[in-house]
Design a binder for this molecule. Structure first.
Ligand SMILES: [Zn+2]
Length: 63
């Protein structure tokens, strides 16, 4: 039951919804990984900001 599955089907990136890459699981790229990290840090430190870390325009550089 608890066998390790090494090759899971790719899940959509929680940031932008693109297929995730194993190198950056569960994100599609390091960029989205950073976005999630920044979001987490921003929430953790409660920094008042109007910036949206999940700017979709930044995610066109995946390839
Ligand atoms: Zn992504």
């Amino acid at each position: 039951m608890a066998e390790i599955v090494r090759l899971k089907p790719t899940r959509p990136c929680p940031i932008c919804g693109k297929p995730s890459s194993q190198a950056h699981h569960p994100f599609c790229s390091g960029r989205c990984q950073d976005i999630d990290l920044n979001r987490w840090l921003s929430d953790a430190y409660r920094i008042p900001t109007n910036e949206t870390p999940e700017d979709a325009s930044k995610e066109d550089e995946e390839d």
